[in-house]
Design a protein around this ligand. Sequence first.
Ligand SMILES: NC(=O)c1ccc[n+]([C@@H]2O[C@H](COP(=O)([O-])OP(=O)(O)OC[C@H]3O[C@@H](n4cnc5c(N)ncnc54)[C@H](OP(=O)(O)O)[C@@H]3O)[C@@H](O)[C@H]2O)c1
Length: 279
Amino acid sequence: MDSPPNALVTGASSGIGRATAIELARRGFRVFAAARREDALAELAESMPGIVAVAMDVSDPESVDRAWAKIQADTGGSGVDVLVNNAGFALAGPIETLAAGRLERQFGTNVFGMLSLIRTVLPAMRARGTGRIVNISSVVGRVTFPGMGGYGATKYAVEAISDALRLEVAPFGIDVVLIEPSFVATAIGASADALEVVPSPADDAYRELIARGRDYMTAQVAKGISADRVATAIADAATRRNPRPRYLVPGSAMALVAVLTALPDRLADRVKLRAIGAR
Ligand SMILES: NC(=O)c1ccc[n+]([C@@H]2O[C@H](COP(=O)([O-])OP(=O)(O)OC[C@H]3O[C@@H](n4cnc5c(N)ncnc54)[C@H](OP(=O)(O)O)[C@@H]3O)[C@@H](O)[C@H]2O)c1
């Protein structure tokens, strides 16, 4: 009997990553589910056959190396067929209030973590002449909003890296696909990385924007689409014969992106401010 295809999903201890691990396992993959919270991963692996828990902090190259050694031992050195770069968190706040260390951690997870995984899986994918990398961006990787500039910058980086990588690795039979979810009802707003409070001398000056931005984000995430819906889109992108380079999820988010990118900048600015209830 053929062995099942292998997938590695980062950020699989909750939200979109957890739902994706389950969906890929349902579709016959052996899924290496990676994250820092080992108890949540152990519970996931016990609840679903085909899922293997892997402790990994994507922002720590040594942790990535340790996890990869385990995966290579389990796959007989053949690596994974699919990598889903999903681990991430969303730093909120006006640019001036974001302490340098916080922005560095934001990039360390969402961008440098993703790059570390890409560099890790590619040699085995190139050797086999096949593979798929699915990078989780966001609508915020296409249009940015006040109070989300730090997070948006990481997702713009994910987009740029993916667009370049897609062309670089195509000759090796490897596809790169972007998934751009709109708001999704997950615990993203409650992540410890996002909530870490570092007071800034500028906080007072932006008090109203901070409050409105927080209320807007909380409300939108609460009424967002389900993680299962995004997981289905990710699993489709991971398995479709000829995937598109990017998928907005839901597809209806296309209208928002199209309008905001087509409007003159000043007009788009007014729409964005009105959307979050600020002036
Ligand atoms: N929710 C939304 O509205 C939305 C919209 C668009 C895009 N996204 C993107 O979707 C992805 C998943 O977010 P989510 O909404 O599912 O949030 P979530 O429920 O908070 O899940 C985030 C996952 O990332 C993991 N993670 C964070 N830092 C990590 C690190 N250094 N190393 C390894 N794993 C790490 C977390 O696990 P541990 O804490 O156990 O490590 C957790 O499993 C993110 O890239 C996010 O930017 C979310």
